[in-house]
Design a protein around this ligand. Structure first.
Ligand code: HEM
Length: 465
């Protein structure tokens, strides 16, 4: 049997109800047969030859094929789940850095995502926040307050937040506007370019580098490693025959090495940056360990670079597809704040985060046992018809817009949300002043079940007179 067919057969077999320990019965399964799913990787005929019945032929959220499709093609599946099985059991993900031992529960409605986010006592983070099981090596390298629960999380987050002093933020804000102007002006003067390389990646890298005091000479390596961490699932990053796990671990190790060099330099010569403050901070009277500082550095490297870049790329795509909205923004820049919220809602840069049930409980009427992995799909919640009027529409004046792009509220709500908003306002504000029209070619998307990345997309802009 060809490798692809064997893989599909295995995945299809793994899709049977109660394939795992049976503790979490598969109630809430969607009616897959009624869903029209296009699959970029897999031909229907391949699947039909291998799957025992038609119900198993549609990709589940556990299969790579599902995530190899653009978000627009995943949308009907999530819509069906919200309608028929808002909290559904999914077989162990075969698209994960390490084989998953048990299946998981997919949470697809906005209200339920908010409920899980706001009850860390019932749904904890300390047992992992990603969809798949993470290899132990990587778990240690990535240990940060993202994977902690109160009260330890509260203490660590307080220390990190205190490094964002109002003076530092104000200085950073001024720098962001000046840098955004430079980036956008150059982009428009050239008539456009690649959305990622020539526009979207630049400001987040500049911002996080300034926050952390990362010198110019280190930035290219820092950026590549941060990208490798996030994008490891995409075959394009598995160069030199490396698998995703190796790519992710090597990238994390590179980030720890860079962090180590910076930490040593700050200890010797403290500067006026966030890292200098963290190096001199204490927890329970002890300085933060190098491992802990490295984990925080990895978190910021990945959280800050990828998400804001992705929002920018999708924002450009959305405006090209909706020229009326572009004219609307140009005519009224007071719409910038609501524009940014709408871009983040439609882009859903982070697809999911996971929690683990701390005790037997219930979510939307579905019983969950202690230890059950519960995965919140922000991508789905941000399209919830019960929360958004015409959710498929890109409406830059949408009000209210209770999206969960930055998380569903609660203790882990995105620490960088205001910084991300400031960057996106600066970029799209300047673009609206400088670019009359935006046109885009075909976007190439990252294959990932974690982030909605854009790898490349050609853009043509005409300058305003
Ligand atoms: C549009 C851009 C961004 C998006 C969509 C985004 C999204 C998210 C999401 C979904 C979470 C998890 C929330 C939860 O679990 O409830 C999160 C957490 C976090 N984000 Fe962001 N983020 C963005 C930008 C940034 C930036 C620029 C930074 C840093 C400068 C940052 C730093 C963090 C940190 C440190 C956490 C962990 C907070 C905690 O566990 O307490 N993010 N972000």
């Amino acid at each position: 049997m060809e490798p692809l067919k064997r893989k599909l057969r295995d995945e299809a077999d793994g899709h049977r109800p109660m394939a795992t320990d049976g503790e979490n019965p598969p109630v809430g399964r969607a009616d897959w047969e009624s869903i029209d799913v296009k699959d970029t990787d897999v031909k229907d005929t391949d699947v039909e030859n291998t799957a025992p019945n038609a119900a198993l032929t549609a990709p589940s959220l556990s299969q790579r094929a599902f995530w190899a499709q653009p978000a627009s093609e995943r949308a009907p599946v999530f819509a069906e789940l919200r309608r028929t099985a808002p909290v559904s059991y999914q077989e162990p993900s075969v698209f994960s850095l390490a084989p998953q031992k048990s299946g998981f529960w997919a949470v697809t409605r906005l209200a339920d995502v908010q409920y899980v986010s706001r009850h860390p006592d019932l749904f904890c983070s300390a047992q992992g926040v990603g969809l798949g099981d993470v290899p132990v090596d990587l778990l240690e390298l990535n240990a940060s307050f993202l994977v902690m629960d109160p009260p330890r999380h509260t203490e660590m987050r307080r220390i990190v937040s205190s490094a964002f002093t109002p003076r530092r933020i104000a200085r950073l804000d001024d720098g962001i506007v000046a840098e955004a102007n430079r980036i956008v002006d150059a982009f428009v003067e050239r008539g456009g370019g690649d959305v990622v390389g020539d526009l979207a990646m630049k400001l987040p890298l500049w911002t996080i580098s300034n926050m952390m005091g990362i010198p110019e000479s280190m930035r290219a390596e820092f950026y590549r490693a941060a990208e490798g961490q996030i994008a490891a699932q995409d075959p394009e990053f598995a160069t030199e025959g490396k698998d995703s796990t190796t790519v992710a671990i090597e990238s994390a190790m590179t980030l720890h090495r860079l962090a180590g060099e910076l930490i040593a330099a700050r200890r010797a010569h403290p500067g006026d940056d966030v890292l200098s403050t963290l190096v001199s901070s204490t927890i329970d009277g002890e300085p933060l360990s190098d491992q802990m500082l490295g984990g925080i550095f990895v978190l910021f490297a990945t959280a800050a670079n990828d998400t804001t870049r992705t929002s920018t790329s999708h924002g450009v795509r959305l405006f090209a597809a909706n020229p009326g909205e572009w004219e609307r923004l140009q005519a009224d820049l007071s719409l910038l704040p609501s524009t940014i919220e709408e871009i983040v809602r439609c882009a859903s840069p982070v697809i999911h985060f996971r929690r683990t049930a701390t005790r037997d409980t219930e979510l939307a009427g579905v019983p969950l046992t202690a230890g059950a992995p519960v995965v919140m799909f922000y991508e789905s919640a941000n399209q919830d018809e019960a929360a958004f009027d015409a959710p498929e529409r890109f409406d830059i004046a949408r009000d209210p817009n209770p999206h969960v792009g930055f998380g569903g509220g609660g203790v882990h709500f995105c620490l960088g949300a205001s910084l991300a908003r400031a960057q996106l306002r600066a970029l799209f504000g300047r673009l609206a002043e400088r670019a009359a029209t935006i046109q885009t070619g075909e976007a190439e998307y990252l294959t990932s079940n974690f982030v909605n990345g854009v790898k490349r997309m050609p853009v043509t802009v005409t300058a305003r007179p």
